[in-house]
Design a protein around this ligand. Structure first.
Ligand SMILES: *Cc1c(COP(=O)(O)O)cnc(C)c1O
Length: 421
């Protein structure tokens, strides 16, 4: 492949200026935006404005600040809705990913008769499995019997065929990731939703690894519910408040876990002991919103609105494709395997690079100014995030990795993981 290709790709990149919006470190290539996205100047600004609202307004910040707290979760739900193809009132910013999965399972899992099982997959993120098992246990159902985990054929992907085969009469609820966190496989959400509904099963998706990287059409696909975090591709900061989507056809359903912030907003301060739920996704909130952990999302979503989700996806696919081409030509013979799907329609936002020495190669990458992440036992995840990664960065990252491998620099580290990555 022509080595100077990155120049041409960067020149043609209409999103290249967004890189200036982010706090990047000189000389460091940050390829871990799928674990924790970087801070943008606009997210910093909206956080500081919210802090100032507290400073200036005290209690009146709820209604009168620059970003009034009382309706912030709803306003941000509206702003985020185009990223997932939802109607504005179907989205609310609230809770955490895992907390929202608990809320949604409490609401939508209604075992009855022989329909008592939850369908998931064996490669999904552990927290989702812990939540689903505990939800079964709360209902005195043995998780060993009632949680079905679809098996992977190769340890990397889950075949849609196999998921559909597991949609039996006993399944009441399906919870799947949109993009698998390790291999980056993108599941066909539309097809799975159609097949689930043909069999009378409700279906929801964990969008943590697709939101902000891949466009979705949740309402058109008729997905029942979804949930996600906002700290990965959406760059809202460590532990930032998460989100959930409820299809409008389910409005009016009693939340499994009720709390006063799920109230109809005009009634909330009547302080009545009879709960009057909002007639939107807002009903699924529980307590007072974590305003300061929500505020960075205000600025961050402005950036997504300007960049446009379809353009971000196009660039992301070009970045990961270019990275794979470079890996195949430049790193041939060093023992790497590309573990993510090659097809654009099955690929999320990161490249999954497998190697027996992955743990220590990651340490060596960090020493050389590249931030990847490691997933045991053998995966190096590299996410060239479209908003702040250039094609030159991708080229440079692979060149540095080639040098590490050629000089066996990784051998000075032990092949065991650090606490986080
Ligand atoms: C990051 C991630 C989570 C994290 O859950 P939190 O409750 O935000 O800690 C859950 N599921 C998936 C698929 C993830 O990638």
């Amino acid at each position: 492949m022509e080595l100077g290709k990155w120049k041409e790709l960067d020149e043609k990149d209409f999103l290249k200026n967004f890189k200036n919006e982010f706090y990047l470190k000189e000389g460091v290539l940050y390829l871990d935006g799928n674990s924790l996205g970087l801070l943008s100047k606009r997210a910093e600004k909206s956080l500081l404005e919210s802090l100032n609202d507290w400073k200036e307004c005290g209690i009146d910040g709820w209604m009168d600040g620059k970003h009034p707290w009382y309706t912030l979760s709803e306003e941000l739900g509206k702003k985020l809705s185009p990223l997932i193809g939802a109607n504005p009132e179907e989205v609310i910013i609230t809770g955490s990913t895992t907390g929202n999965l608990h809320q949604l399972t409490s609401t939508f899992f209604k075992p009855s008769g022989s329909k008592t099982k939850i369908l998931a997959d064996e490669l999904t993120f552990p927290s989702d499995i812990y939540a689903l098992k505990s939800q079964l246990a709360l209902r005195s159902l043995d998780p060993g019997q009632h949680l079905i985990r679809v098996k992977s054929r190769d340890g990397r992907m889950i075949e849609e065929e196999d998921i559909i085969k597991a949609m039996t009469d006993e399944a009441a609820l399906i919870v799947l990731p949109s993009v698998l966190y390790r291999s980056g496989q993108l599941l066909d959400m539309k097809r799975l939703t159609d097949e689930a509904h043909k069999r009378g099963i409700l279906i929801g998706f964990d969008l943590c690894h697709s939101i902000g990287a891949v466009p979705h059409q949740l309402s058109e696909w008729n997905v029942d519910f979804a949930f996600w975090c906002n700290y990965k591709y959406l760059n809202a900061g460590p532990g930032s408040v998460a989100g959930l989507y409820i299809n409008a056809k389910h409005f009016g359903k009693e939340p499994g876990l009720a709390g006063w912030f799920g109230s109809n907003k005009d009634k909330q301060f009547d302080m009545n002991h009879d709960f009057v739920a909002a007639d939107t996704a807002g009903a699924f909130q529980i307590g007072t919103p974590h305003v300061l952990s929500t505020a960075p999302l205000i600025g961050s979503l402005e950036i997504f609105e300007e960049a446009g989700m379809d353009r971000l996806r196009e660039k992301s696919l070009n970045l990961t494709r270019y990275m794979m081409e470079l890996i195949e030509t430049e790193l041939a013979g060093f023992g790497f395997t590309i573990g993510n799907p090659r097809d654009d329609i099955r690929r999320g936002g990161h490249v999954c690079l497998e190697h027996d020495e992955a743990a220590r190669i990651c340490k060596s990458l960090k020493e050389n100014g590249i931030v990847p992440d490691f997933r045991a036992p053998n995966v190096i995840r590299l996410a060239p995030v479209a908003l702040y990664t250039s094609f030159e960065d991708v080229h440079e990252a692979v060149q540095r990795l080639k040098k590490i491998m050629g000089e066996k620099q990784y051998e000075k580290f032990s092949n065991v993981r650090e606490v986080i990555a």
